[in-house]
Design a protein around this ligand. Structure first.
Ligand SMILES: [Mn+2]
Length: 328
């Protein structure tokens, strides 16, 4: 349901808390960091003590830029420091989890253990590994966590500096792949609102700038596209390059742009002995179900799976067997 309709739940959780911790999913992207930063600003204006928990050791380029440019403006802590900042009475602490609802994907599992009051603000579908003991605001109709936070920012008339508006806009641009996926009137409205606060499309482009070498590596993956039943696109990497999970996901996004394609699967090495699949769907083909059969997970639109000590061709065969059955 939309965050506007559930605003009372959000505000009551916030009102009760003295100290608030924020975290996104592991391997932060601009939607996760953008929604954290937007929420942080809102909470600061409500005079709350708050901290963003980041355990990632490396960041993708856009997140790296944002964190560098905001150095000193936001209190960022690591899991190991949580104890230092906890309010003495446990029920006065609140943990807000943004852009994910899954136990195994969060920045800090320690935070889940140490803070009993939890609030999830997310746009991904719920699943088996959804955090159980949390108040959940889950709007699967929203394009991004940044869109949800923008709605709150407008509702409470929060002052957002133009650079912060740019970061939230970047989160929306990223998750919608330039307003082509999951984009609704509300999404354009949020983009309009952020832009009216000084959010800059040009600066978004700067945040989303890519690395040439990584781009070239991804392009290589497009050389071997196959289609199954004319509506599922599939491609695999050579075993010689190790990709980041985000890179496989970006290629899967790209595959959705081709004629008739409803879903896409990309296989590549994501570690020396680890093979990964990243999958995307426009919504008419349930990739989550396919990935679950392979031991992975996801929802209708996004998903991934990981395999240890195997080869790309073995994973390919397993996936194709399932896809053929699904397609029948
Ligand atoms: Mn997101």
């Amino acid at each position: 349901m939309s965050i506007i309709k559930e605003r009372r739940k959000v505000m009551s959780a916030i009102r009760k808390a003295k100290t608030i911790f924020l975290m996104g999913h592991r391997d932060l992207d601009l939607d996760a960091i953008g929604s954290c930063i937007g929420m942080y600003t809102l909470l600061k204006q409500k005079r709350k003590k708050c901290y963003v928990i980041i355990d990632d050791k490396t960041h993708e380029l856009g997140v790296e830029k944002v964190l560098r440019e905001l150095e000193g403006c936001i209190d960022i802590i690591k899991s190991e420091d949580i104890d230092k900042y906890l309010y003495p009475r446990d029920n006065k602490n609140l943990l807000i989890i943004l852009d994910t609802n899954k136990t195994d994907l969060v920045q800090s599992k320690d935070a889940l253990k140490k803070i009993s009051n939890k609030l999830i603000i997310d746009h991904h579908e719920l699943g088996k590994t959804t955090i159980k003991d949390a108040v959940i605001i889950d709007d699967t109709e929203a394009s991004s966590a940044c869109e949800m936070i923008t709605q709150l920012v407008e509702l409470f008339d929060i002052e957002l500096e133009s650079y912060y508006a740019t970061i939230l806009l970047a989160g929306i641009v990223l998750d919608t792949n330039n307003f082509t996926l999951k984009t609704k009137p509300e999404t354009f409205y949020s983009a309009y609102y952020l832009s009216s606060l000084g959010g800059s499309a040009k600066k978004v482009q700067y945040l989303l700038k890519q690395d040439v070498t990584e781009y070239t590596e991804r392009q290589k993956l497009l050389a071997g596209i196959e289609t199954i039943n004319n509506r599922i696109a599939f491609t695999k990497a050579t075993p010689y390059t190790v990709y980041r999970r985000e890179d496989l996901a970006k290629v899967a996004d790209t595959l959705l742009f081709f004629n008739n394609i409803e879903a896409s699967f990309v296989i590549g090495k994501i570690g020396k002995d680890t093979v990964g699949i990243s999958a995307r769907s426009l919504g008419n083909f349930d990739i989550g179900r396919v990935l679950e059969k392979l031991g992975g997970g996801g929802d209708t639109y996004n998903g991934a799976a990981k395999f240890e000590n195997t080869t790309i061709s073995k994973v390919e065969q397993e996936l194709k067997d399932i896809l053929k059955k699904e397609g029948e």
